[in-house]
Design a protein. Structure first.
Length: 466
């Protein structure tokens, strides 16, 4: 299809003020995970106003808008929940009232990632206005919930409840564009992650004679120190614990070290600590920690659990230590519960994959081969490759990591703004992304679609997760 790129850019620019207004409307509705009802209503009303062919809200509370009438689907996903605001004293302005200048929009969710929703809704409207929806296709625009709590769970629900399971979804959806912030780049993968819990047992006693008990906090202190070593150490065998950087070395990761170098090394960080004790003048009789574990190529869910179990301190305390993976079962804003494991698989696409190529070719035709943005954003973007990867995790962990449905990212905003106080996004990014979505989808070379788009995919666990 020969595209009029000037017309696409002009249409996106013309919708710029409406996208900014829509984003500020979304920001004004606090929408932490499991509390997205108001922002869902806001998005649904906007889609209906723009003439979407169908707008619906599924059982979990995801809002889904449709354009086109083909049997095949190309989806655009934006999670519409946000984290909280943290310490309000760190904000210079009200995070939900926000403000705007000629260049930026301020407020919680602007970059992470309701800005992506604004660009997706209007990018799809541009496709309808200009007749750019490919023949035989329809566009599925998803405002997904609970991503901040449990990334990808929303798409597990879509795949298994809205569609009739992974095979049905994969047969209907050609690919998904994630609108998570990409700092002006086209992203083809990211590290996976999992949430690990370590429990340690002790025996309480009076604090005046601590030698009579078995202090669980002291045991856990040994384990915490070794978790820190696991993250920080090198891999030259100079210590008893080789650091996670070892996965970048062909000696330790012969099959996937190059993919790991692309994604970056895995990390582990203690994120929470808990204890029980009869009183403040007693020895603690249990202690537990949460570990945020980021996984690079070549690491698996069970290898990460076993890595913690094999730490010298865990071995030393034997049966008093239990290492496990968290489960997630918080009710959504509709009351629906979709229980799943807190494991989020790593994935990478080939740069040559048809769906990745559609976005990079659209970018080159519209804006050139280098990342673009407002002047205030360019100090973070200049010199970085156009096609790259995220540092954090996205719904792609389920879309592609778990189910193998091709996924690719291009979204307004910056990763550095995610979860930070005084969050901003750039108005130019909203326009740029809407234009690119409208151009990329008709450029998708369906004839080049193959089954081997994935460079690496960690896949599922052996747990019976539907």
């Amino acid at each position: 299809m020969a595209l009029d790129y000037a017309a696409i850019k002009k249409a996106a620019e013309n919708y710029g003020p409406e996208m900014s207004r829509f984003l500020r409307d979304m920001i004004s509705h606090p929408s932490e995970s499991c509390e997205e009802g108001e922002v869902v209503a806001c998005i649904k009303a906007e889609m209906e106003k723009l003439g979407y062919d169908k707008v619906e809200v599924d059982g979990l509370g995801n809002v889904i808008g449709w354009m086109g009438d083909g049997d095949k689907i190309i989806a655009i996903d934006s999670h519409i929940d946000t984290v909280g605001i943290g310490n309000i004293n760190n904000w210079t302005h009200d995070p939900y009232e926000g403000y705007e200048t000629d260049d930026i929009i301020y407020g919680r969710g602007g970059s992470d990632q309701e800005g992506g929703m604004a660009s997706a809704v209007y990018g799809t409207k541009i496709m309808k206005d200009l007749g750019l929806i490919p023949e035989g296709y329809k566009i599925m625009v998803v405002g997904s919930v609970q991503e901040e709590d449990c990334d990808g769970m929303c798409w597990q629900y879509i795949v298994n409840k809205y569609f009739n399971g992974p095979e049905d979804a994969a047969s209907k959806i050609d690919f998904v564009i994630s609108t998570e912030p990409t700092d002006g780049g086209v992203y083809r993968g990211h590290r996976g992650r999992m949430e690990i819990r370590v429990d340690v047992k002790g025996v309480s006693c009076h604090g005046s004679a601590p030698e009579r008990g078995d202090n669980a906090v002291y045991k856990m202190a040994d384990i915490i120190d070794e978790v820190r070593q696991l993250n920080n150490n090198g891999c030259d065998d100079s210590t008893s614990i080789n650091g996670l950087v070892k996965m970048l070395d062909p000696k330790f990761n012969p099959d996937h070290y190059e993919d790991a170098r692309f994604l970056g090394k895995g990390t582990c960080a203690v994120s929470q600590i808990f204890y029980t004790s009869p009183s403040r003048c007693a020895v603690a009789d249990s202690c537990a920690i949460s570990i945020d574990r980021r996984m690079t190529a070549g690491e698996t869910w069970d290898s990460c659990l076993e890595e913690i179990r094999q730490l010298p301190a865990c071995q030393k305390y034997g049966d008093d230590v239990k290492v496990s993976m968290y489960m997630y079962d918080r009710p959504s804003w509709t009351g629906e519960v979709y229980e799943t494991e807190c494991y989020f698989p790593t994935w990478i696409n080939k740069e040559s994959a048809a769906h990745v190529k559609a976005l990079t070719e659209a970018h080159k035709a519209l804006f050139g081969e280098k990342r673009i943005g407002s002047p205030s954003a360019m100090d973070k973007r200049e010199g970085r490759p156009l096609c790259d990867k995220w540092t954090f995790s996205t719904n792609g962990v389920s879309i592609q990591g778990r189910y193998g449905i091709p996924c690719v990212g291009f979204g307004p905003g910056a990763e550095s703004q995610a979860h930070a106080p005084n969050e901003i996004t750039w108005k130019q990014d909203l326009v740029t992304c809407a234009a690119l979505y409208a151009a990329a989808i008709p450029l998708y070379p369906e004839q080049e679609k193959t089954g081997d788009v994935m460079q690496f995919r960690a896949g599922k666990t052996d747990n019976d997760i539907k």
